[in-house]
Design a protein around this ligand. Structure first.
Ligand code: FES
Length: 193
């Protein structure tokens, strides 16, 4: 019996070829294959998680797309009588890019964009003119071109009085151009007493 076991052990060692018993070799082989399986499972899980994360990210962008929220083109600026006679009101330039001008019996909205290359001019009260800081164009209070490289007058935006509350409504999306003879059009100005 002892002789058989010795012979069996010798057969295992011969089979292993490295002097270890066959059972030990099989156990190590199982350990190696289990380690390999765990490695593949971990890699697969990471890839799966990344794919799911990508799907959620795409879905999130679908739900919340990149949208630029711009200020509305139409807004109210107050009652016509609130603007001083022969004045340029600069309160709306920063937010809406225009001036409200009361000139004689008319009220209009001048767009604060230079007609040369689009810089925002400044109202210079002491000189009674708009001055563009970029290349020196000047404009009268009416918006007419005075000097400099600007090829034409400033544009005017649509104005009307809301019949419900009497407020002046400006729409910067609707423009009137002097060189096209549009400054006397209804909508380019409102009368103020
Ligand atoms: S942009 Fe105003 S003068 Fe050039």
């Amino acid at each position: 019996m002892a002789s058989q076991e010795r012979n069996g052990g010798a057969r295992d060692r011969q089979a292993s070829g490295d002097g270890r018993p066959g059972a030990a070799r099989r156990a190590e082989s199982r350990r190696l294959s289990r380690r390999g399986f765990l490695g593949w499972a971990t890699t697969g899980w990471i890839a799966f998680t990344a794919a799911i994360g990508g799907c959620f990210a795409s879905f999130g962008r679908f739900l919340f797309p990149n949208v630029l929220y711009e200020s509305p083109t139409r807004f109210k600026v107050g009652r016509p009588q609130e603007f001083a006679p022969n004045s340029v009101d600069t309160r709306f330039k920063e937010e809406h890019g225009l001036w409200i001008v009361r000139d004689g019996g008319r009220l209009y909205a001048l767009v604060a964009v230079c007609t040369h290359l689009g810089c925002p001019p400044e109202w210079v009260e002491s000189q009674g003119r708009f001055q563009c800081p970029c290349h020196g164009s000047g404009f009268l209070r009416s918006g007419e071109r005075l000097d400099g490289p600007a090829p034409r007058a400033l544009e005017r935006a649509s104005v009307r009085v809301d019949p419900e509350d009497g407020q002046l409504v400006v729409d910067v999306a609707v423009r009137y151009r002097e060189e096209l003879g549009q400054w006397d059009d209804p909508g380019a100005w409102v009368a103020v007493g």
